[in-house]
Design a protein. Structure first.
Lengths: 246, 333
């Protein structure tokens, strides 16, 4: 049984048809690399999974339950998290506010007064998650816009991991990072797999994809062109699928 | 040695700033400016420092203060509401029309004023979130529409006089010596401060003003929240219209002319960002107070009102400059 099932998904924007019937199944605890040229439809496909975009046709289901009509927030509740290429951070808010964005814990004084956001708990848990990721962040009370690219990446990852996800989609997580930071992201992906979390890794850096994935799926012109087992394939084979020369 | 103590001093200043920012949700600088102005005026004029004069300042600040509360919510969300001055006028006229011209029970004046404000705010929200027309355009259009409606409803464009006593009490009553408008402002500010600084809706308001697509991606219902915020902004303008009408004992269709700009000024002096993601209700009240103290003090010193306008303009620019300075310093650090 697969965790995420995508069946015959199509999506167009006006006259531009981006997805032309995509079928894809991903099991729990597997790491799948999603590769393809610019404009192949990778990000669009993932946004139909997170609910940012609706689909024109086809079905998306999680654990055999159809989720086509669920809003982005509801899909996060179900365990689908995405780390966006632009990180989707609110730059003027602090670390805890970003990690708990959209899911702030609420506390009630005396049980009947209007609820207030439990900042102390947010700070505590944010710190715990940052520590677990082994990151160094000078102060969690600073606006995240003041941190380095790597630190911001860590905060975006922390947000995805704080609520026990089943599936984490990473859109170019290593594109803007230094070598050492790339290593720690790859290590983290392996760690997630060991914990049974499924990971979809979108990346142009095929070295990274070969290093951590179990499968490599090539998207070309809105279709799945190849679905390869990583250990049985070669870099040149993947590249030839990406450019359509296979 | 010297640099060390300097560093320690800077970080103590920084820590105090952080404390005010994160615990009290207000910018330390705004409070200091208010305190300095207050002391300066007290030294300059022997009439400034008296209970009745302080209450006068608060009373004079109350209408703008209530408007600034709604404006702060909107600006923090990255929005803009230019219609509130006109909505203030329309709400007063609507309330007076119901209880004076139509001779309905006095409670209808309150229902009418608040209802008119909320309805206009709701309409603004609908056009912004459903029709996707920019907030600047929608509320600029509504600035004209609401003012026109107020002038049409009022007979020959004149004011409607002679409100029932319970309504006038809201503007002129003084329970325990405190003017009713001041009490209404305080209650409004406390409620709005709770919403913005402590509630989930408040956190989400900061988020959509800071990075709307991030807010959407994390599942925050962006459009529904915007709809609520514009309705609240209209409601606060309706409340300000009610208080204004009760104070002058008339529904005046020309009331609140250009008040939207004064309210935005108060919010920004109080540390709210015109571009969203940053805002404080307490700050807006302090911003309104800074303007009130300036005006009152300069009045007592018999300075021509033209100079007051210059002073307030300068304070606005200075407030944003201080903010800018701080941000660029932190970016470098």
């Amino acid at each position: 049984m697969s965790l995420l099932t995508i069946k015959g998904v199509t999506k167009g924007f006006g006259a531009v048809q981006v997805l032309n019937g995509v079928d894809l199944a991903i099991g729990a605890g597997s790491v799948v690399g999603l590769v393809g040229d610019n404009g192949a439809g990778k990000s669009t496909l993932m946004k139909t999974v997170t609910g940012i975009y609706g689909v024109d046709a086809g079905e998306i289901s999680l654990n055999e339950v159809r989720i086509n009509d669920a809003a982005p927030g509801a899909r996060r509740e179900m365990g689908i998290e995405m780390i966006y290429q632009d990180l989707a951070l609110a730059k003027q808010q602090d670390v805890a506010a970003n990690i708990f964005l959209g899911r702030e814990p609420v506390k009630r004084a005396f049980g009947f007064l209007p609820g207030y956001v439990d900042r102390a708990r947010m700070d505590r848990e944010a710190l715990k998650m940052i520590d677990r990721l082994g990151a160094r962040i000078p102060s969690i009370h600073r606006p995240v816009g003041m941190f380095s690219g790597g630190q911001q990446q860590t905060i975006a990852i922390a947000r995805a991991l704080t609520f026990n996800p089943k599936l984490v989609i990473m859109d170019e997580p290593t594109a803007a990072l230094a070598v050492r930071e790339v290593e720690s992201v790859l290590k983290l992906i392996r760690q997630m797999r060991d914990e049974g979390i499924a990971v979809i890794l979108i990346s142009h850096r095929l070295n990274d994809v070969f290093e951590v994935t179990d499968r490599i799926v090539v998207l070309r012109q809105g279709r799945i062109d190849a679905d390869l087992v990583t250990k049985d394939t070669q870099m040149h084979e993947v590249v030839s699928y990406i450019v359509g020369a296979h | 040695m010297q640099t060390n103590s300097q560093l320690a001093r800077i970080s103590a200043w920084r820590r105090t700033q952080d404390f005010f920012d994160s615990r009290l949700h207000v910018r330390l600088e705004s409070l200091i400016v208010l305190a300095v102005l207050f002391i300066a005026m007290a030294l300059a004029s022997p009439y400034f420092l008296s209970v009745s004069n302080i209450l006068n300042i608060l009373l004079a600040t109350s209408t703008i203060g209530i408007l600034a509360v709604g404006t702060t919510l909107i600006l923090t969300s990255g929005g803009l509401d230019l219609s509130i001055g006109s909505v203030l006028g329309l709400s007063g006229v609507a309330g007076a029309y119901l209880c004076v011209t139509l001779d309905l029970p006095w409670i209808m004046a309150i229902v009418g004023a608040l209802g008119a404000g909320a309805a206009v705010g709701y309409a603004n929200g609908l056009m912004i979130t459903r029709l996707r027309i920019p907030a600047f355009i929608v509320t600029l259009g509504m600035l004209g529409i609401a003012r026109g409606l107020a002038l049409i409803i009022a007979p020959n464009g004149g004011a409607i006089y002679g409100l029932p006593a319970p309504v006038v009490f809201l503007g002129q009553g003084r329970p325990l010596g405190i003017p009713m408008p001041v009490i209404i402002l305080a209650l409004t500010a406390v409620a709005a401060h709770y919403i913005l600084a402590y509630s989930k809706v408040g956190r989400h308001t900061f988020a959509i003003g800071d990075n709307e697509s991030a807010a959407r991606a994390t599942g925050i219902p962006v459009q529904r929240l915007r709809q609520i915020l514009y309705t609240l902004s209209g409601l606060s303008a309706g409340l300000a219209g009610l208080v204004f009408m009760a104070r002058v004992n008339a529904g005046d269709p020309t009331a609140g002319y250009t008040y939207e700009l004064t309210a935005i000024t108060a919010a920004i002096i109080g540390g709210t960002s015109l571009f969203g993601g940053k805002g404080s209700i307490l700050g807006a009240i302090i911003g309104a107070m800074i303007m009130g103290v300036l005006q009152n003090g300069l009045n007592l010193l018999a300075v021509q009102s033209y100079y007051q306008q210059i002073a307030i303009g300068a304070v606005l620019i200075l407030a944003v400059y201080i903010d800018q300075l701080q941000t660029s310093k932190e970016k470098k650090a």
